[in-house]
Design a protein around this ligand. Structure first.
Ligand code: ZN
Length: 204
């Protein structure tokens, strides 16, 4: 099993990441894609590279229900927070919801557990996860980039007013960003002011 030092060594350097999409960018400049594309997220940050041994640890947490790993994953995130977190006026923490079927299969929502730990640590309100409904669709991991965008289109439904709030979205892994972007689009459409996103890991 991985030790703390191995995991900490996977930390991503925010001085070399685009603040809007968390891809590599010299001196943290807004990257070319983000300059030319309006994105619903004000900021996106991933704390670590999604590679061994973190990958195995996260899989064990999600698929073998090793809930004891949660504390380590939450501590890893809190050890490597986004630089913008303290400056921004965030008034709610929201996890990426799972569909009811997926939640039933897995028994828990890993992002919700991380979001709860983060909300507790920073003394921020945790938005009840059932305020957002997620329709059931095939898992994103089985699809290619373009299909992922189509697969999540219209998948979220906001059930309570979150108007004018500044929200922090939490997820475990962001890959293409299709899911988190779709949720951010839906929230923006429903009047949410600023949307920030923080995930534990990102592949590159
Ligand atoms: Zn970018």
């Amino acid at each position: 099993m991985a030790c703390w030092a191995d995991l900490r060594a996977l930390q991503r350097d925010s001085a070399q990441l685009c603040p809007r999409c968390t891809s590599f960018s010299i001196n943290a400049a807004v990257c070319v894609q983000c300059q030319h594309k309006r994105r619903p997220l004000t900021a996106l940050y991933a704390s670590y590279y999604y590679t061994a041994p973190l990958k195995q640890l996260l899989r064990a947490f999600k698929h073998q229900r090793q809930l004891a790993i949660l504390d380590t994953l939450a501590a890893l995130m809190l050890a490597q927070p986004p630089v913008w977190l303290q400056q921004e006026n965030i008034d709610g923490v929201l996890a990426i919801p799972l569909s009811r079927n997926r939640l039933f299969e897995r028994g828990f929502n890993q992002s919700q557990l991380l979001a709860a730990a983060i909300a507790r640590h920073y003394g921020l309100p945790l938005i009840p996860i059932h305020w957002i409904h997620r329709h059931h669709r095939p898992p994103q991991s089985t699809l290619k980039s373009k299909q992922r965008r189509d697969n999540v289109r219209g998948v979220f439904q906001v059930r309570k007013s979150l108007k004018n709030r500044n929200l922090l979205l939490i997820d475990d892994v962001v890959t293409t960003g299709a899911t988190i972007t779709e949720l951010a689009h839906t929230l923006k459409f429903c009047g949410v002011a600023q949307i920030y996103a923080w995930t534990l890991a990102h592949p590159k």
